[in-house]
Design a binder for this molecule. Sequence first.
Ligand SMILES: [Zn+2]
Length: 172
Amino acid sequence: MSLRRLWAVWRMPYIKLLATEAGKECIFCTLPAEGRDEENLILHRSEHCFIILNKYPYNPGHLMVAPYRHVASIEDLTEDEAKDMWRLIRLSMLTLRRAMNPEGFNVGANIGKAAGAGFEGHVHIHVVPRWNGDTNFMPVIGNTKVVSDALRNTYTELKKALSEVLEESGGS
Ligand SMILES: [Zn+2]
């Protein structure tokens, strides 16, 4: 199953989200500022960037890494922000490996509307775990309540795995 097809499965709710949230505030600015990390599915914060679980995942465990600063593209990041971003991408992958044992990853960013960016004003890197035959997720989990419970469970699982990874690496 190709990534294109996997993403297509998730296109409709995502497009609806974009339609309803068009013109609203930037979630990568507002959610970290609210200070309700668990509710907002923010998994980890570092000095310049944070990791957040995607509410409209392409796959379970779909994470996003973003800087706190509202900048549109990777080349707008300072050296420190860019380093921190790569550190959190790496941390996301280590966490997902520990918690969910994926067989592969898609890691990347859509920069600008032409490239398919949803929130085009605030750069974010997608970290999507992949398994062989992983598109079974959507047909099985077909309703909002179940998706929301699944997100909570995934959050708890990943939070635990992330703290174990940090403990073992001795970093923060
Ligand atoms: Zn923003």
